[in-house]
Ligand binder design. Structure first.
Ligand code: ADP
Ligand code: MG
Length: 332
């Protein structure tokens, strides 16, 4: 096949190429000035955008399959944090040059994750420039159910899904590896941590399942302390956390030890786990609802009344621990 390099042939070849039956709620997809979609009368839309820029969010030699996966996953994670069901996305792709091998790998991985979550690519934009990927994702919300940051109340229990800190640890390992000239073999635990960084699993079903019972939620993209603080600020409350309850993976502890693992869990970014709060009276119902989801979750603390001086208090057992001087990732 003769490969063309103009914008329209790239779109046709790589992004208008889904082999899956399109969703019934897409009336008009790629090819016109806008896409047209349908929503039911009892639904609302949740909309989010995330951009990944070369050199800031990923190394320039990243496998395009990992890049495509992550660009979609971080957007689906935002929808999950609202309790929304992912439906459609658009893709703004800026490329320094037309590299057909790169594009083929990127697009295959892109449609793989879209197909897994039954999401349609409905449009986008293709431009030349420094490599960057910007995705807007649309999710469907039942009209009376949304999981926001502002609903946490004094006495609510604080939970997180999965384990924390693995992704930041995986990134540290990737950085270490780049600093070495020799190609040392990775242990199983190290491979696991790097995988958790490159392929975070958005908690899509989990988010929808807790939506009726949780009082607030956020996905952990900038680190537990930073993201929990967003819930606390929006809800005008404070929190106490139990350090000994933080879910740490055996792999993280094996590679970095407990102390460093705790730091990664509190302040490391890009876990894409959910942090959510639940009123005591809803805990039993929530646990019943979650028995079939197959995702671990852990209670790590409790919401307290507003405290302007100390938004988060840490304890190990009965002992108070000073809050580490850390901030989540902040671009400016
Ligand atoms: P316009 O100039 O009207 O904005 P374009 O010529 O940029 O439209 O794009 C043509 C069609 O291709 C549109 O439907 C647009 O949404 C779609 N499109 C462009 N780039 C991409 C992409 N990377 N992925 C998916 N669809 C795309
Ligand atoms: Mg147009």
């Amino acid at each position: 096949m003769v490969q063309q390099n103009n914008e329209f042939s790239i779109i046709r070849q790589y992004f208008n190429a889904s082999t899956r039956t399109p969703r019934k709620d897409v009336a008009l997809a790629i090819g016109d000035d806008c896409a047209i979609t349908e929503i039911k009368a009892n639904q609302r839309l949740a909309i989010t955008t995330d951009t990944l820029v070369e050199g800031i969010h990923f190394f320039s030699d990243i496998d395009p399959a990992d890049l495509a996966y992550k660009a979609v996953a971080v957007n689906l994670s935002d929808l999950a944090a609202m309790g929304a069901e992912p439906a459609w996305i658009s893709l703004a792709l800026t490329l320094p040059k037309v590299d057909h091998r790169w594009l083929a790998t990127f697009s295959r991985s892109f449609f793989e994750i879209l197909d897994h979550y039954n999401v349609d690519l409905i449009g986008g934009d293709t431009t030349k420039g420094p490599l960057s990927i910007s995705i807007t994702a649309h999710g469907l919300l039942p009209r009376d159910k949304a999981l926001c940051r502002h609903g946490a109340e004094k006495g609510d229990w604080i939970y997180v899904t999965g384990s924390l800190g693995d992704s930041a640890a995986g990134l540290a390992l990737l950085q270490q590896k780049r600093g070495q000239n020799t190609d040392t073999a990775l242990s199983q635990a190290e491979t696991y941590l790097i995988e958790r960084h490159l392929r975070p699993v958005p908690r899509v079903l989990f988010g929808q399942s807790i939506a009726p019972y949780a009082s607030a939620a956020i996905d952990i993209s900038d680190g537990l302390l930073a993201d929990l603080s967003h819930i606390l600020q929006r809800s005008a409350v404070s929190a106490s956390l139990k350090l000994d309850k933080l879910p740490l993976s055996p792999q993280l502890i094996a590679v970095f030890g407990v102390e460093k693992a705790e730091q990664f869990a509190l302040a490391g970014g890009e876990d894409y786990e959910l942090c959510f709060t639940v009123a005591d009276k809803n805990c039993a119902k929530l646990e019943r609802e979650l028995t079939h989801i197959g995702v671990d979750y852990t209670c790590i603390g409790q919401i307290r009344s507003q405290n302007a001086n100390k938004m988060i208090r840490l304890k190990r057992g009965a002992e108070k621990v000073a809050l580490p001087d850390v901030q989540g990732f902040e671009h400016f």
